[in-house]
Design a protein around this ligand. Structure first.
Ligand code: HEM
Length: 205
């Protein structure tokens, strides 16, 4: 519970911030949504987050490109043949969630970060759309899904509401290294260093 439920959420926040820094258009749009929704509030509550439609799309897009659990183990219940290869009964297979999220057969411009692709789309992460399964699928689907999503939405809403974000002196968003490292989860190889500036809500704006 603790290992499955902590690093998955924190690494998703890390990836989202990295993608937002690399995509200033998306950063501006999501930050405008959060600041409009919470105008004048001193704290962001969990119940407030439901109104943040674009933030939800941003998180969905992060899960597509950076699923924290990238390779899902399963065992074959029956012998089956895939692409001419026979998998014997009980053989262990790894389902490549990361690769499926970037498959050009299913996604237009798969390498670009475009949250709008999920707008007016019925694709969700409940395990119904097998090209997009960041929480797995079937009877072993992640039981902590709702908790996990809330654990990403609320901290991100707070980070985006209370702070403006800049790269460290002398660095540009192009310098952000997006290399992954495989551990318990697929996280960023190098830490993300950003400079926050407190955003002061001005009621006359
Ligand atoms: C961003 C958040 C999270 C992601 C992306 C995620 C993803 C996943 C994935 C892909 C699986 C494998 C599902 C399968 O085999 O079909 C899984 C299993 C699991 N997750 Fe999560 N998870 C997240 C958060 C959480 C949280 C918050 C908890 C609990 C507090 C949790 C508890 C578990 C447990 C106990 C399993 C094993 C279920 C089983 O094997 O029957 N997860 N998760």
């Amino acid at each position: 519970m603790f290992s499955a439920g902590t690093e998955t959420s924190s690494t998703t926040i890390d990836w989202t911030m990295a993608e937002l820094m690399r995509n200033p258009r998306v950063m501006a749009k999501v930050q405008a949504e959060v600041r409009e929704a919470f105008k004048g509030k001193t704290t962001v509550e969990e119940s407030d987050v439901q109104a943040l439609k674009y933030l939800k799309l941003v998180i969905k897009e992060t899960f597509r490109l950076h699923p924290p659990i990238a390779l899902l183990p399963r065992a074959c219940r029956d012998e089956c043949t895939v692409n001419g290869y026979t998998n014997p009964l009980k053989s262990k297979v790894l389902i490549n969630i990361w690769g499926m999220g970037r498959d050009p057969e299913y996604w237009q411009q798969p390498e670009t970060f475009q949250p709008e692709r999920f707008e007016n789309s019925s694709i969700d992460f409940l395990g119904n759309n097998l090209e997009y399964i960041p929480f797995g699928a079937g009877k072993r689907i992640c039981p902590g899904m709702n908790f996990g999503v809330a654990n990403v939405e609320l901290p991100l809403a707070q980070l985006l509401y209370h702070f403006d974000w800049k790269m460290a002196e002398g660095m540009s968003p192009d310098d952000i290294d997006m290399t992954e490292v495989e551990g318990l989860v697929f996280s960023r190889k190098n830490d993300l260093f950003l400079v926050p500036t407190v955003y002061n809500y001005n009621p006359s704006n």
